[in-house]
Design a protein around this ligand. Structure first.
Ligand code: ARG
Length: 472
């Protein structure tokens, strides 16, 4: 049946038809569209809206189509979209009575429902993969609870930490990325079917029945909203964009750490390239590309937000233009996630270099100031001043951290406050030892092995709860 034969006097130009068609990216909702038509037809028959016999014929044709696959469809551009292609297939099998299938529904509620059905599955797949990645990261962290690492602020040496502590920063960010995505899922999991074009229908359809048949948790309670809204897409793409932004930060670190200058990490050969001219090169191409590809997600989010902005209610064809950007965002998020998992889990850490960095450049200075506060009952600001001056003098006079002793500290204190510090020598050594620094940070979220162990346990509980909840 040609959709245009009633109202329109002629064909669209080839150029316009191709401009108008969503067939290419509709392939993704092919199976969902069959599922939807099956649920809708079943409901129409149950409600006595269409003849039982007709419903049986339609359902049989839909079942055949599912088995034959998308190749069985005529995907000529003039068909416009997958909904028409499916209807045309059913018509070709059972004749004119196929037309009953479209009673009390519109392509407007159909496409919104199909997109939600497919996106729900994609979110679950991505969610499971994030959980697997978090598990991998915590297993790595478990091995590195006493592996000294240097923490940076402003990309300048800040304080010693452990590699486990740093890895758990990734794991916790990914946990929130996961939770954000799962929160978006709740609003994807709403059924607009039955909204029809925009105001529902005068046929006594049972929206609760189709909601149940299609496995949605909730019905969209306003039909105009049902066909007009794509905020479920915008927030899913935002969540994915945030996720890949976390990845791009991790990539940035791997790229820095694997330079000769840092030298703390070696990216596996499987994730490295070389140069066509410089034979010595081992380049972090995969990390660079993952960092760059995260921009695709941000770009798609901007495109989607911009299409949505200021659209009048209810359905506008502009909404169709959102769809390819959604799938591009989903596909890129999936591939970046997968590559990140492989790349991070195969890095090699140079422990000696990490420990050397943590010791050098006065990364332990905060702890020395803290010790002065504790042992000498002095305000932190005063201690900060003494240690700050000590670092400047040490740098000016080329005194290494190992040569900082009581005499040296006393001379600074004498200069600033006209009195010595009288601190015990071994307290100074302890304060300047990265491992002692790390061990002393026992508070929740800290770098000590105990605090790290608790953080790992808490993440493991989270992983178990989520797996149970989502049937992973
Ligand atoms: N292909 C369309 C889309 O993706 C389906 C809805 C078409 N509705 C319409 N009134 N032309 O949005």
């Amino acid at each position: 049946m040609n959709l245009r034969s009633g109202r329109l006097k002629g064909k669209m130009s080839h150029e316009a038809a191709s401009f108008n068609s969503s067939l290419e990216f509709d392939k993704r909702i092919f199976e969902a569209d069959i599922e939807l038509n099956t649920a809708h037809t079943t409901m129409l028959a149950k409600q006595g809206i269409i003849p039982e016999k007709t419903a049986t014929n339609i359902l049989k044709a839909l079942k055949d189509l599912k088995e034959e696959g998308i190749e069985a469809l005529d995907l000529d551009l003039s068909v416009e979209d997958i909904h028409m292609a499916v209807e045309n297939y059913v018509t070709s099998k059972i004749g004119e009575e196929a037309g009953y299938m479209h009673t009390a529904k519109s392509r407007n509620d159909q496409v919104a429902t199909d997109l939600r059905l497919v996106l729900k599955k994609e979110i679950k797949i991505i969610g499971l993969n994030i959980l697997n990645f978090i598990e991998e990261i915590i297993n790595m962290a478990d091995e590195h609870k006493e592996t000294i690492f240097v923490g940076y602020t402003h990309l300048q040496h800040a304080q010693p930490t452990t590699f486990a502590h740093h890895l758990l920063a990734y794991a916790n960010a990914l946990r929130r990325d996961y939770e954000r995505l799962m929160d978006a899922y709740k609003r994807v999991d709403m059924n607009p079917l039955g909204s029809a074009a925009l105001t529902t229908t005068s046929f006594p359809i049972d929206r609760e029945m189709t909601t149940e048949l299609l496995g949605f948790s909730r019905i969209m309670e306003n039909s105009i909203d049902g066909v007009s809204s794509r905020d479920f897409i915008a927030e899913t793409v935002f969540s994915l964009s945030m996720l890949t932004s976390t990845f791009s930060k991790i990539c940035e670190e791997l790229i820095n750490w694997s330079t000769y200058e840092f030298g703390v990490v070696e990216i596996a050969y499987e994730y490295s390239s070389t140069s066509s001219i410089m034979p010595q090169k081992k380049n972090p191409d995969i990390a660079e590309l993952a960092r760059a590809k995260s921009a695709i997600l941000t770009g798609e989010l901007m495109t989607i937000m911009t299409i949505l902005k200021a659209l009048p209610y209810s359905y506008n064809k502009d909404l169709q233009e959102i769809t390819p950007h959604l799938w591009n965002a989903v596909d890129n998020a999936k591939s970046i996630l997968s590559i990140m998992h492989g790349m991070l889990s195969t890095i090699t850490l140079n422990k000696e270099r990490a420990s050397e960095l943590a010791k050098s450049n006065f990364a332990t200075a905060t702890e020395l100031a803290d010790i002065l506060v504790r042992e000498k009952n002095m305000p932190f600001r005063t201690a900060h001043k003494i240690v700050g001056r000590m670092v400047t003098v040490a740098l000016d006079d080329n005194v290494s951290i190992d040569n900082i002793d009581l005499k040296f500290l006393d001379s600074i204190s004498q200069e600033l406050f006209d009195k010595p510090l009288d601190l015990e020598e071994d307290l100074i050594r302890k304060a300047l030892d990265p491992l002692e620094n790390v061990r002393s940070r026992k508070v929740i979220g800290g770098s000590s092995p105990e605090a790290t162990q608790n953080a790992i346990l808490s993440l493991r509980t989270f992983l178990e709860d989520e797996s149970d909840k989502n049937g992973f």
